[in-house]
Structures are given as C-alpha cells and as structure tokens.
Design a protein around this ligand. Structure first.
Ligand SMILES: CC(C)(COP(=O)(O)OP(=O)(O)OC[C@H]1O[C@@H](n2cnc3c(N)ncnc32)[C@H](O)[C@@H]1OP(=O)(O)O)[C@@H](O)C(=O)NCCC(=O)NCCS
Length: 168
C-alpha cells in the first residue's frame, strides 16, 4: 500500500488563506449549505458536518479547508480534497463558494493551491466529478488542466462528468 505525507492544512495564495475548520465557522458553513436551496440546514447540522469532515481527515490525511479572503477576512467557501466517488490514493478535488464570491477567480486560485498541496502528499492523480450542467465548475477544472475521462448517469445527480489530472 502506498503511503503519503499528510496534506498541509494552511495554504496561502495572493488573495486567499485556506486554513483548518474552527467551531466558529458553523454559522457561515450553514449559510453556504443553505444557498444550495435544496433544504434548510440548522447550525447544529453544520457543526456536525464540520465534526465529520475533521474525522474524515483523521483517516485520510487530507481535507476540505475553509477559504478566507485575506483582505476582507471573511469566509467565502471551501476547497480541498475528499474521497467522494474516488479513493484515498486518488482523491477528488472539491469546492463550493458563496454566490457573492463567484466569478472572481477565487475557486481557481484556491484549487491551484490545493493541487500543489496534493502533489506534496506524494499523490500521482486527482479526480473530480461534476454535474454535466455545471459549466462554471467544468471551466475551473479545465483551467487547472483536468481532462474528461467518462460520463456516468446517477439517480438524483443525473449525468456526472468524471475528470482527472495526473500530478504534478
Ligand atoms: C464552481 C464554483 C466553485 C466556481 O467558482 P468561481 O470562483 O466563480 O470560479 P472561477 O471564477 O475561478 O472560474 C469560473 C469560470 O467559469 C466561467 N463561467 C462562469 N459561469 C459560466 C457560464 N454560465 N458559462 C460559461 N462559463 C462560465 C467563468 O467565466 C470562469 O472562467 P474564465 O476564468 O475563463 O472566465 C462556483 O460556481 C460554486 O461554488 N458553485 C456552486 C457549488 C459547485 O457547483 N461546486 C462544484 C461542485 S463539482
């Protein structure tokens, strides 16, 4: 079995910090999940979500990290690695930002830092799975050098595009 370095949990880009979750993120995290518009989240559920993300990191050594704008100091979303539909050896890149922060290049900027962090763990390949309708996310992945591998069809999610990028 391959062994990997633990991912760095503090990343810095020109405009952003990525850092570990704090209990105080629960309210903003709830608001972010609420913006999906599918269901209403309580702050308790958001807090439980954070606890479960932290527990996942204990076993995988990688994480989804809150994104904070350096100048404004505010939480605008998260970006990082998850097992998702893939694996611990070849995890998925994932991100989600508040709508008010879309269209400014933040997802691409954060994800580039996560790619570098993934390289530093010793991993050789990443995946991402995206709804075929999700043009902005597909564009982010294209900018990062991901290539389409296949499309699967899932009950609920519909057409899911699988993209992959070899590292470094
Ligand atoms: C996907 C998401 C993270 C992108 O964040 P972002 O910070 O706006 O992304 P960026 O600004 O780095 O890049 C977005 C790109 O998509 C392009 N884009 C956005 N909307 C578009 C549209 N409707 N049609 C075509 N291109 C579009 C932008 O122009 C930009 O490309 P460019 O740099 O070539 O101009 C954000 O839309 C989001 O949080 N969505 C909801 C959650 C989600 O879908 N997460 C991904 C699940 S796989």
């Amino acid at each position: 079995m391959a062994t990997y370095e633990t991912m760095a949990f503090h990343l810095e880009t020109e405009r952003l910090f990525l850092r570990p979750w704090a209990e105080s993120d629960a309210d903003e995290f709830r608001a972010l999940l609420d913006e999906r518009g599918k269901e209403t989240f309580t702050v308790e559920r958001a807090r439980a979500g954070i606890v479960s993300l932290l527990a996942g990191t204990e076993t995988t050594g990688f994480a989804l990290l809150p994104i904070q704008r350096r100048e404004e100091g505010d939480f605008i979303g998260y970006c990082g690695l998850i097992v998702g539909r893939a694996s611990v050896d070849e995890p998925e890149l994932a991100y989600e930002l508040f709508r008010h922060a879309h269209g400014k290049g933040y997802a691409t900027e954060a994800a580039r830092a996560v790619l570098d962090a993934a390289v530093a763990t010793g991993r050789k390949r990443l995946w991402s799975t995206v709804g075929a309708w999700n043009t902005p996310s597909l564009r982010v992945l294209e900018k990062l050098g991901f290539e389409r591998d296949r499309v699967s069809v899932e009950e609920g999610a519909g057409e899911v595009v699988w993209l992959t990028r070899s590292l470094p």
